[in-house]
Design a protein around this ligand. Structure first.
Ligand code: BMA
Length: 331
């Protein structure tokens, strides 16, 4: 099958030549597929991927892979790192998926927000860890149907902030909620709405990796799901939010900026999916290494520049609050 694609567009993320950098054949134990990894850089500079591993029953758990250069030489835990614990956390009965990692300086811990797949649908669970070997589980913090969550690294006006994606009859939009203690959540605010109609990000969007903190605001890479008669296409767009008031969207890109194109993104257990759950930022403070699940079958890497993402957004975006909205009646 030969794909027909547009060619005249700016490339913001460059795929690594070694892609996919991790797949099932690298795994030390029997499984089906590995994809959608949460990412962080540890104190000693090691890149840690907390990978979603789907077993041969179809249920997922999380497994850590560590690498000195973030590209190869991965040391993969010999056994699952975090297994669903349905006895104590019944909401994890059908597995745990798609972790997003945030280092929280105030706690000196990593917060892992992940999807717990309960009989009532997917919800958001939270856990803290210092070493990715032992975890303190907080259980469900957002009831089903909800997913695509990440904690902001610090309090906003004294409250912890969690970005997430509840599913409502009016669509799947991105929300932000606040908590004094990471357990009790409220002050829910709509952050970013799925567009409607023919748009690439109509009806269903979700935050992909945790937002990137820049001097101009929280830069969010989000996925839009375009339903087609044959399947769905997961593509990525950009939006910028106010640093002090993160529910306030300052700018949102019109077109997508990264989409399934490579063979390993187009073909797999689920075709046409690019799904990043994390990144590292290089010592220059600008280069972003984006790790993404490809076609729900492997993990791939692409690098970009935060400055270029912001420049692109200036040229290709609109404020969600100004008269620009009127100008975009079609949204
Ligand atoms: C989403 C999530 C992701 C997955 C994607 C494509 O709803 O469940 O884990 O990669 O669908 O199947």
């Amino acid at each position: 099958m030969k794909a027909i694609m547009a060619t005249k567009y700016e490339t913001l993320f460059h795929r690594h030549g070694a892609n996919p950098i991790l797949s099932g054949k690298d795994w030390p134990y029997s499984m089906n597929s590995v994809f959608n990894a949460g990412v962080t850089r540890l104190q000693d500079g090691t890149t840690l991927l907390l990978c979603r591993v789907e077993d041969r029953r179809g249920l997922s758990h999380l497994c850590a892979a560590r690498s000195a250069n973030g590209v190869d030489g991965w040391q993969i835990d010999r056994e699952p790192t975090l297994m669903p614990d349905a006895d104590n956390y019944p909401e994890e009965v059908w597995g745990i998926e798609d972790p997003r990692i945030t280092y929280v300086p105030e706690l000196k811990k990593y917060a892992v927000a992940y999807t717990s797949y309960s009989r009532g649908g997917p919800g958001v669970s939270l856990a803290l860890t210092e070493d990715f070997r032992t975890f303190e589980r907080f259980g469900v913090v957002m009831v089903p149907d909800d997913k695509d969550a990440a904690l902001l690294p610090r309090r906003i006006n004294g409250f912890w902030a969690l970005i997430h994606r509840p599913m409502t009859p009016l669509g799947a939009h991105v929300w932000i909620s606040y908590s004094p203690d990471l357990r009790h959540w409220g002050n829910h605010k709509l952050m970013l709405e799925a567009r409607r109609g023919a748009w690439w990000d109509a009806n269903k969007i979700g935050m992909s990796p945790p937002p990137i903190e820049t001097s101009r605001g929280w830069l969010m890479i989000y996925h839009g799901v375009r339903r087609t008669p044959s399947s769905s296409i997961y593509r990525l767009g950009l939006a910028l939010f106010d640093l002090k008031e993160p529910e306030k969207c300052l700018n949102r890109g019109d077109s997508w900026m990264f989409a399934p194109e490579a063979e390993y993104e187009r073909q797999g257990d689920v075709q046409d999916v690019v799904f990043p759950c994390g990144y590292t930022i290089a010592a220059d403070g600008d280069t972003i290494n984006l790790y993404y699940g490809a076609a729900d079958s492997s993990i791939a890497l692409a690098h970009g520049s935060i400055r270029s993402l912001l420049t692109w957004l200036d040229a290709n975006g609109h404020s969600e609050h100004s008269g620009d909205r009127r100008h975009r009646q079609s949204s």
